[in-house]
Each structure stands twice: as structure tokens, then as C-alpha cells.
Design a protein around this ligand. Structure first.
Ligand SMILES: C[S@@+](CC[C@H](N)C(=O)[O-])C[C@H]1O[C@@H](n2cnc3c(N)ncnc32)[C@H](O)[C@@H]1O
Length: 248
């Protein structure tokens, strides 16, 4: 199933938990520099679209396009791998929380580079040392996440393909955007079905893995095991969990 088709299936309740996190938006918008025209690829419902610039969105899922608020940037039905725009037609292209859904991330990133003078991508380092060991939800409850990332280009390969540098993105403890890692200091949120439905990882792992992980987390929260294992997190206001900006 393509990423667009996946969101036609799971995207109907996206805005219940997913919205712009202002501190991450500030980092993305700063990386856009003085770009006046911006292409937002894998734009979804419009989170992180910068105000005060001329934005065009690209989004393959009709279910996601239908949830864009009135007054949001105009949105074209297309995919990252085949952008219907001329070379260098935007000052910048951005992509937030979407590259992991693209069937061919390298081709998509090269397309962003082709149509824009600058590229800003918010994504994660899916390596063992990055995201998978740093984030307790994967490390202790969802080792199957490794199957989702097997065979995908590494963050370094993605950066190399477009000549990007990488910048860490810290996740605030009270992150407003309910993406997968958002509740790292609020573990009980992962017990909430509505929180899980806003994150594609759960759907991709399937109900068997999901139920096992949720029951196991619930037991560890009840017994104090989670608190014991993650003592060091409680004092942090923001965490380095392997999330990154790629910036050209
Ligand atoms: C997790 S959502 C992120 C949406 C938005 N950028 C945000 O930050 O809320 C991922 C989006 O990527 C889109 N997508 C999936 N495959 C894509 C592709 N090949 N090209 C562009 N977008 C794609 C999905 O339809 C979905 O709307």
C-alpha cells in the first residue's frame, strides 16, 4: 500500500491529535531562511505551513486534503517522487513527518532539490543508535519497528543524496503534535486508543503487536517498572530521540 493510500485508510481522525508544535515549527521556519515561495510536500492537513510566505502544498491522500482548513495553502494531488513543477520554481521545499512513507525516499528528496533552491526535511534517524535505542517505546515494547525500517535508506544516505546537513530536533515534554515520540515523558498517553490512531506506526505493526505492547506498558506503569527504567527522563524538559532536520 502506498503512503497516500495508507492515509486514505487511517487519516480520517488525524487532526484529533496532530497539529503544529510551535517550538519545532520555529526551528523548521528558521531553516527556511528568507524563502518567500515554499512547497510543502506530504503536507497532510497543513501543520507546520509557515505564515507570511507563499505556500503551495502537495498531498496524495484525498482524506488528508479534505481536512485542510479553509484558508490553508492551495494543495495539489501528487507525490514527492514526481512533483509537477519546473526546476528551481520555489525558494524552498519542506517535508515534515512524511519521508518514511515515500516508496522511494531518495527519488523524492532529489525531486524536492530539483524544484527548490533549499530543502528542509523533518524526519528521524531510524538506526539502532538513533531512534531505536534512544526511545524507550521502541526499545522496550516495539522492537518490530526495526522491520518497518529494514531496507530503507539511512539518514546519512538521505542527507548525502541532496547534500544536506543534519540538525537535531529536541522533543519538548509537552509536545503539542501527537506524533509517535511526542509522549516520551507522558507514557500513559500511549494507552489511549485515540492517541495511537493518530500515528501510522501502530497501524503498520498491526493489532497483535499493538495490543501486546499496550498491555505490557500498562503492566509496567502499574508495577513501577517503567518509572524505574526511565528515571532519568522525568527531569528533562526536552529529549533527544533521534529526530532530525535535513537542511540544504
Ligand atoms: C504523518 S503525515 C504528515 C503530514 C504533515 N506534513 C504533518 O506534519 O502533519 C504523512 C503524510 O505523507 C503523505 N504521503 C505519503 N506518501 C507520500 C508520497 N509518496 N509523497 C508525498 N506525500 C506522501 C501522507 O498521505 C500523509 O498525509
Amino acid at each position: 500500500m502506498s503512503g497516500g493510500q495508507l492515509y486514505d485508510t487511517i487519516g480520517a481522525a488525524y487532526t484529533v491529535t496532530r497539529r503544529t508544535e510551535p517550538r519545532i515549527a520555529a526551528q523548521v521556519w528558521a531553516a527556511l531562511g528568507d524563502a518567500r515561495t515554499v512547497l510543502n510536500v506530504g503536507a497532510g492537513t497543513g501543520s507546520y505551513e509557515p505564515p507570511g510566505r507563499d505556500v503551495i502544498a502537495v498531498e496524495p491522500s484525498a482524506v488528508m486534503r479534505a481536512q485542510r482548513p479553509a484558508g490553508a495553502a492551495p494543495c495539489v494531488a501528487a507525490t514527492a517522487e514526481s512533483l509537477p513543477f519546473d526546476d528551481q520554481s520555489f525558494d524552498a521545499a519542506m517535508a515534515v513527518s512524511t519521508v518514511h512513507h515515500w516508496p522511494d525516499p531518495i527519488a523524492g528528496l532529489r525531486e524536492l532539490r530539483r524544484v527548490a533552491r533549499r530543502v528542509v526535511v523533518f524526519t528521524h534517524d531510524a538506526s539502532e543508535d538513533g531512534w531505536r535505542r534512544r526511545f524507550w517505546l521502541i526499545r522496550d515494547y516495539l522492537p518490530e519497528v526495526a522491520n518497518l525500517t529494514a531496507g530503507r535508506p539511512s539518514l546519512a544516505e538521505q542527507a548525502r543524496a541532496i547534500g544536506a546537513r543534519t540538525e537535531p530536533v529536541l522533543i519538548p515534554w509537552d509536545c503539542a503534535d501527537g506524533f509517535f515520540e511526542a509522549y516520551w515523558r507522558r507514557p500513559e498517553y500511549y494507552l489511549d486508543e485515540k492517541v495511537r490512531r493518530g500515528v501510522s506506526v501502530w497501524a503498520r505493526l498491526g493489532p497483535g503487536v499493538e495490543q501486546r505492547a499496550v498491555h505490557s506498558l500498562q503492566a509496567d506503569l502499574g508495577s513501577g517498572q517503567w518509572a524505574e527504567r526511565n528515571r532519568d527522563l522525568v527531569a528533562l524538559d526536552a529529549a533527544e530521540l533521534g529526530l532530525r532536520l535535513l537542511v540544504t
